[in-house]
Design a protein around this ligand. Structure first.
Ligand SMILES: Nc1ncnc2c1ncn2[C@@H]1O[C@H](COP(=O)(O)OP(=O)(O)OP(=O)(O)O)[C@@H](O)[C@H]1O
Ligand SMILES: [Mg+2]
Length: 159
């Protein structure tokens, strides 16, 4: 299975994709959100939070690398943008600490080597003011299953 592409034409559409993904998530799942500043990573994470029943406002924070949110499942949102060195992330033991919930990571590219091997990678690409391309790149059987669920009906397989 290769990459799948979804198109979003508004922040609301991106959040909706997050909510749909969240419906299928379970404890131990890992979702990596890669993309430039303003690509929509946090927006997508907010949709995932909504779908997990998080009532609090989901945000990425300037000083805290990992935020925890209580929902149907606990969501751990890590934003590695300000990571000074990749080794720092090892100390966070992300995978271990988030095992009881869903781990979502913004800026995984700050520490690729430290990221869980089994994960659903979503690359967000800026197309124009309102449009984003979301490319789903699953690693592992569980992530492939999630991708299948998410792209059924609305997804397009990339050539
Ligand atoms: N289709 C879209 N999907 C998501 N965001 C969009 C879309 N169209 C416009 N936007 C705007 O793009 C911005 C995305 O911001 P967001 O904080 O989600 O990005 P980010 O990738 O988390 O950036 P950062 O790296 O700074 O954390 C918001 O201002 C949002 O309103
Ligand atoms: Mg962000």
């Amino acid at each position: 299975m290769g990459a799948f592409v979804l198109l979003s034409d508004s922040p609301a559409a991106t959040r909706r994709i997050g909510r749909r993904l969240a419906r299928h998530l379970r404890a131990g799942d890992v979702v990596l959100l890669q993309g430039e500043l303003g690509a929509g990573k946090t927006c997508l994470a907010q949709g995932i939070g909504e779908g997990l029943g998080v009532r609090e406002q989901v945000k990425s924070s300037a000083f805290v690398l990992v935020n925890e949110y209580e929902g149907r499942l606990r969501m751990y949102l890590a934003d590695l943008y300000r990571l000074s060195e990749p080794a720092e992330v090892a100390d966070l033991a992300l995978e271990e600490n988030a095992a009881g919930g869903v781990l979502v990571v913004e800026w995984p590219d700050r520490a690729w080597e430290e990221m869980p091997r089994e994960r659903l990678l979503i690359r967000l690409r800026w197309l124009d003011d309102r449009s984003r391309e979301l490319s789903l790149e699953p690693e592992g059987a569980r992530a492939r299953e999630l991708t299948e669920k998410l792209v059924t009906k609305s997804g397009r397989r990339r050539r």
